[in-house]
Design a protein around this ligand. Structure first.
Ligand code: KMH
Ligand code: ZN
Length: 283
């Protein structure tokens, strides 16, 4: 079976140190968490950044500082900035994370970034807004900047939106999807199977189970031939009532299960190959 790509969503925009003191805010903490995940087997770091007080930001300078610090510790890892940012940010604010150059690896822009393909309720009065025009702007910008989108799907209809965008040339193939399960769509095996059967044959997919669903969804991905996302953005616990000490602990748990089940873990180089990304060229 194709090796398992593990993505570590190390920080997110919503979780706080009050919930788990290992949630990274500073540049140094962000690099520390990325390294712990990489060392444990993560090929991709899905990145949100914070101000030192924990406030989420899409500031290009802050992304550059964090990406440079991550690159120093994990030279070959795939860094995938978020363009979702936090609820309430403007499109232009959110897109700043795709502007960042990485001279150390000869990249004018990040290799990947997220592309959220629909609007979603985030609990209470929070609504994460992604209109068709937002998706079109983000899709076109990513093509122009040669950034491969990871298509964030919070519900089945978002796959259909992404496919319509692909038919209009706004998203290119082969497409890569991330099914976020447990926010809007339920985190069940039935719904995951439905999503997997709704994407093109040549597409790749990963699953992010939210909260207590994280490891269960990762196990389904392992056996179904998909890929898995874990990390503090989606879940803060190693097991019921046991806070994870690092993102590396969550990655290590999934890597261990995968290896036990006979599925090897993809290195960043192998992940690039699976996702159709060019190999990294160091300066
Ligand atoms: N924090 C959410 C509002 C993404 O990274 O693209 C958006 C999010 C999705 O996390
Ligand atoms: Zn995110």
């Amino acid at each position: 079976m194709t090796p398992l790509i593990i993505t570590a969503a190390i920080s997110g925009a919503e979780v706080t140190k009050e919930q788990n003191p290992a949630v990274p805010y500073t540049v140094e903490e962000t690099a520390r968490e990325a390294f712990s995940a990489y060392e444990a087997g993560a090929a991709i770091i899905h990145l949100h950044v914070r101000e030192d007080d924990g406030t989420p930001t899409q500031d290009a300078g802050r992304f550059k500082a964090c990406m440079d610090a991550i690159r120093e510790r994990c030279p070959e890892v795939i860094i995938q900035p978020s363009t979702g940012g936090a609820v309430g940010m403007t499109d232009m604010e959110r897109l700043q994370s795709t502007e960042v150059a990485e001279p150390r690896v000869n990249l004018p822009h990040p290799e990947m970034a997220t592309l959220d393909c629909g609007t979603c309720n985030f609990g209470g009065d929070e609504v994460f807004v992604n209109s068709d025009n937002t998706i079109i702007t983000f899709g076109k910008t990513m093509i122009q900047r040669k950034v491969k989108p990871e298509i964030e799907v919070f519900d089945k209809g978002m796959i259909d939106t992404a496919l319509r965008m692909a038919a209009r040339g706004i998203i290119r193939s082969p497409m890569h999807f991330d099914f976020v399960m447990g926010v809007q769509i339920a985190a069940t095996a039935r719904d995951l199977a439905y999503m997997v059967h709704s994407i093109p044959e040549d597409a790749t997919w990963t699953v992010a189970g939210i909260g207590r669903h994280q490891i269960h969804m990762a196990v389904l991905a392992i056996v179904m031939g998909g890929h898995a996302r874990v990390g503090f953005e989606d879940n803060l616990y190693l097991a019921k009532g046991i806070p994870a000490k690092s993102n590396g602990e969550l990655v290590g748990k999934v890597a261990h299960i995968s290896e036990e089940l006979g599925r090897p873990i993809a290195s960043p180089a192998r992940a690039r190959d699976i996702l159709g990304l060019p190999p990294l060229v160091f300066a």
